[in-house]
Design a protein around this ligand. Structure first.
Ligand code: NAD
Length: 290
């Protein structure tokens, strides 16, 4: 029996659990977790992501503000905003929506966020802690979501499983590989220069696709019974001229071969926002301890 890993439902359950913890924190420590999201420019997809992040944060009982900046905002001006938010003790989480306009250096912006408020988990301090296996808890959101979904099928013990990650980005590929290593998996990171990619993927008990190419992974690449986690979000135009979202995995082909699979949409995507809320709560709890 193939298991369809329902990210929507899992994210809903996680948000419900977080809402209980938020209420407890408000009662016991008299603080309300607060997330500030900065959006620079008018990218339509980013606008939707930011709106959803703000709405779901508020629905979980936390405070969330959006700072909307014009496309032509200078890097210096953006850094000034970050400096102010870093100083503001009522703000626990800061997220700058990526991608940024081309004239702004993403690395410089990420480096300017106080690592204790870096709810995306992209700051070099948080990435380094994850690499060292001594994480601050502020682990990138999409990778966290991938592990939660994989465990729904495989159980909590992933020891000894061969995990193949296709993609080596700082926001998905590398951090998810680190998390899988922490779970005692044998991890292979494949990328655009990997030779014999199909043969590499065929060895995977857990196959994570984070490539950004629509329907890239075919049934032939997948070992019978494998757990397939599809991170990709690709907009395609159908024969009828309508647009739809598909993953990096050819779902219709692979669903007949694997043991479990995440759909797109409704798989990893909803988990990303739920894990962002989790990180905001973690950052708020840390602020009480410090
Ligand atoms: P990226 O472009 O930064 O990285 C893509 C990776 O794929 C690169 O490391 C590259 O080496 C690898 N790659 C490219 N072509 C390849 C090929 N032919 N063979 C093997 N590897 C190849 O992308 P990203 O930011 O990591 O995102 C990947 C996908 O995940 C995108 O579709 C993105 O939209 C999606 N995404 C989804 C979420 C979510 O919440 N579900 C979050 C982040 C990214």
């Amino acid at each position: 029996m193939i298991m369809i890993l329902d990210g929507k439902l899992t994210a809903k359950n996680l948000r419900a659990q977080l809402a209980v913890e938020v209420t407890e924190l408000k009662t016991k420590a008299s603080i309300c977790p607060k997330l500030v999201v900065i959006l620079v420019g008018n990218d339509p997809a980013s606008q939707v992501y930011v709106k959803n992040k703000v709405r779901q944060t508020q629905e979980t009982g936390m405070v969330s503000n959006e700072i909307k900046l014009a496309e032509e905002t200078s890097q210096e001006e953006l850094l000034k905003h970050l400096h102010q938010l870093n100083q503001d003790s009522s703000v626990h989480g800061i997220l700058v929506q990526l991608p940024l306009p081309a004239h702004i250096n993403e690395s410089a912006v990420i480096a300017a966020i106080n690592p204790e408020k870096d709810v995306d988990g992209f700051h070099a301090i948080n990435a380094g802690l994850l690499f060292n296996g001594e994480s601050s808890g502020l682990v990138p959101c999409t990778p966290q979501g991938c592990i939660i979904l994989a465990k729904q099928y495989l159980g909590n013990d992933l020891s000894g499983k061969h995990a193949v990650v296709i993609g080596r980005s700082n926001i998905v590929g590398k951090p998810v590989a680190m998390l899988l290593l922490q779970e005692n998996c044998t991890v292979t990171i494949a990328h655009s220069k990997t030779i014999n990619l199909v043969e590499v993927c065929q060895q995977a008990d857990i196959l994570i696709a984070a490539v950004g190419i629509a329907k890239f992974v075919k049934a032939e690449w997948v070992k019978e019974g494998a757990t397939v986690i599809d991170v990709g979000i690709n907009r395609i135009i159908n024969h009828e001229g309508t647009a739809s979202l598909v993953g990096d995995v050819d779902y219709d082909e692979v669903v007949g071969k694997c043991g479990a699979i995440t759909p797109v949409p409704g798989g990893v995507g909803p988990m990303t926002i739920a894990c962002l809320l989790k990180n905001t709560l973690i950052a708020a709890k840390h602020s009480v301890e410090n």
